[in-house]
Design a protein around this ligand. Structure first.
Ligand code: NI
Length: 639
């Protein structure tokens, strides 16, 4: 494949060039913040025509926010031509993602606020704010009309015991400063009462956990001949898989143009795969807790919060890293080194059979998977995003949830039914994490149809005398409203994406199956403010016709939004979705009823989904795998 691929993310030089061109526009005043600069993806038609046509012109798109005018706007940049489009203003009151700079400045503003310091002194007798941690939290859409139209944050604050103590276990429960991010000043401090700081420390850092276990021997992964993948720029090639790895401030890790070499045929599977939004609603009605919900993609930016990964800690084996090139809110290049990790993992047995009559039995093949991952820290919480590619055509997406719980303080003897007491006078409110993934399938071409597959038992009768019969029934999803759907355990419901025009060896439409994993329904009422803003949680599955500007499940600007945007709005048009370029959207929720074992740091919880070829290949595509090389000292791997 020629390099660079048209969907490779912006390079460091391209980010800098984009900012240089933005700075030359009249709107780029000193009060303007750059929220994001990312690749403006060329049209699908151009990408599909490439490399038979010259590479499409490299373009960028930027979201900016003018603090002085409280105005958000969008500019497109032609990097080669050196031109910019006129600003396209978001509807008045739209608030773009909070930038990393605003997180830092907001903390400083709170710590410097006389009103906050007075409240701290009044409730805790503390005058020194040097050990106070201020986590920027989105304000949501609450309160007065004025509150709803300003650019606000409503941080949660904590007090460390000392400079390296885990401060999250000492919540400053009763004090909620409210910060105007345009003016970067505290506009009020809400006081809800006085809770004593929980008495115990809860530390997890290696330097603070005595008596660590000593019975762990080294486990080394060696690949003396190197890995089986090759990377050119951001283009990955591994066994039969080819794809492009993307990265941007909002979605973080993305995948593009995923193809599989099938007996010499370059077959397209996914055009683009991304996490478009997520929201974490908390379930405690206490006045100081009730407004907690965070849209981590649209309010914080998964790429902006991405970690620099470390060999041997985050990833094991022969690792190749990719950097993420973003920019800070003043337009400076912000490179996250090692933002994306790529490696191979042994994944146990892929297939096996023992034919007792044959001398060579058993035949067994080990599974190896390619892992492309990134990890984001959104204040107290960590989300790891893992895409796995398998040798049998499977693609899996897994999110690992870890980090530190969002904690609250209790009075001595106080109990709350809305959370778990995880240490004395310290509790973790119940909450859910809803994610939305956007899967733009191009299965052997752009025109695809989604089917809902329900397994149903036959009625008793002449043709079913033993009452054992059941069959899988496919319903083609032809319009957006019909396509909205939920998981259904009673029918083992799955979905299948097919290309009606391309037939497999059996004469059926080629297809990939979508297998949902763990999921949930929201517990908050549809009238809850966060749910109005997160219409994407109303259905697990949505199908839309491809539209280049429909990218984020809760709309372009969910921060402080009044709601009603995104999937819930678009699909009201009830557009046709059969045998056309379809996008499959999946909402999946993790219900987190905290446990004492989630304290002081949470062992990872996992959630995701699986894409499995279903009539896409003529047979098991991993039938051609050779047996593994024998381990040292053994004549065969299996005997
Ligand atoms: Ni959780």
């Amino acid at each position: 494949m020629p390099h660079p691929h048209p969907l490779e993310p912006l390079s460091a030089a391209e980010v800098q060039r984009a900012v240089e061109l933005l700075r030359a526009t009249p709107e780029f005043t000193p009060t303007v913040r750059v929220i994001s600069v990312m690749l403006k993806e060329p049209s699908k038609t151009l990408v599909h025509a490439w490399p038979d046509i010259p590479p499409p012109a490299r373009q960028a798109e930027a979201v900016l926010h003018d603090n002085a005018r409280n105005a958000c706007f969008h500019v497109e940049i032609d990097l080669a031509g050196g031109t910019t489009t006129p600003p396209r203003y978001a509807p008045p009151g739209s608030q773009p993602t909070m930038s990393a700079d605003e997180q830092v400045e907001c903390e400083q503003a709170v710590l410097a606020s006389p009103e906050f310091r007075a409240a701290l002194e009044k409730h805790y007798g503390i005058a020194d704010t040097s050990l106070v941690m201020v986590d920027i939290w989105s304000a949501g859409n609450y309160g007065t009309e004025e509150d709803r139209t300003r650019r606000l944050a409503r941080p949660l604050c904590f007090l460390r015991k000392d400079a390296t103590d885990n401060g999250y276990v000492r919540p400053i429960e009763g004090i909620r400063p409210v910060v105007d991010l345009n003016r970067m000043e505290v506009i009020r401090v809400e006081e809800y009462g006085t809770w004593p700081l929980p008495p115990k420390s809860g530390n997890y850092s290696a330097s603070r956990v005595p008596n660590q276990r000593r019975d762990i021997k080294p486990l080394s992964i060696t690949q003396p001949e190197g890995p089986s993948f090759s990377l050119t720029g951001n283009q990955m090639s591994w066994q039969n898989w080819n794809f492009v790895i993307g990265f941007n401030a909002r979605e973080g890790l993305t995948l593009h143009h995923v193809r599989y070499q099938d007996q010499g045929r370059d077959r397209s599977i996914l055009y683009r795969a991304s996490l478009t939004e997520m929201v974490v609603p908390y379930g405690d009605p206490a006045p100081q807790q009730a407004r907690k919900n965070a849209f981590d993609v649209g309010e914080y930016g998964m790429g902006m919060c991405a970690n620099s990964l470390r060999l041997g800690c985050d990833c094991l084996g022969h690792i190749v890293y990719l950097d993420g090139h973003l920019c800070d809110s003043r337009g400076g290049l912000l490179t996250i080194p090692n933002a994306i990790c790529i490696h191979e993992e042994d994944f146990g047995i892929l297939w096996k059979h023992t034919d007792r009559r044959l001398p060579d039995a058993p035949e067994v093949r080990r599974s190896r998977r390619l892992v492309v991952s990134s990890v984001s820290t959104v204040e107290n919480y960590e989300y790891g995003f893992f895409w796995y590619f398998y040798q049998d055509g499977n693609i899996q997406f897994e999110i690992k949830l870890t980090g530190v719980l969002s904690l609250g303080a209790l009075h001595p003897g106080e109990k709350s039914p809305y959370g778990a007491e995880i240490a004395p006078q310290l509790y973790a409110p119940n909450h859910q994490h809803f994610f939305n993934a956007r899967l733009d399938f191009d299965l052997d071409g752009a025109a695809n149809t989604v089917q809902r597959i329900d397994v149903e038992a036959d009625a008793a009768g002449e043709r079913n005398p033993f009452e054992n019969a059941f069959q899988a029934k496919a319903t083609s999803l032809v319009s957006e409203k019909q396509a909205r759907g939920h998981l259904k355990l009673e029918t083992a419901r799955t979905w299948r994406i097919v290309n009606p025009s391309v037939k497999n060896a059996a004469g059926e439409a080629v297809g990939y199956k979508f297998l949902p994993g763990d999921n949930a329904f929201p517990f908050a009422s549809p009238n809850a403010w966060w749910r109005k803003r997160a219409g994407f949680v109303n259905h697990h599955v949505w199908v839309t016709p491809y539209a280049a500007d429909e990218r984020y499940a809760a709309g372009d600007y969910p921060n402080q939004s009044a709601g009603g945007d995104g999937l819930s709005r678009w699909t009201e048009a009830d557009r046709a979705v059969d045998d056309t370029d379809v996008v499959f959207w999946y909402t999946f929720g993790h219900t987190h009823i905290p446990r004492p074992e989630d304290y002081p740091v949470m062992p990872a919880a996992y959630i995701g989904f699986l894409l499995k070829p279903n009539g896409f290949f003529a047979m098991n595509p991993a039938n051609d795998l050779p047996p593994s090389a024998p381990a040292a000292g053994k004549t065969s791997c299996c005997k």
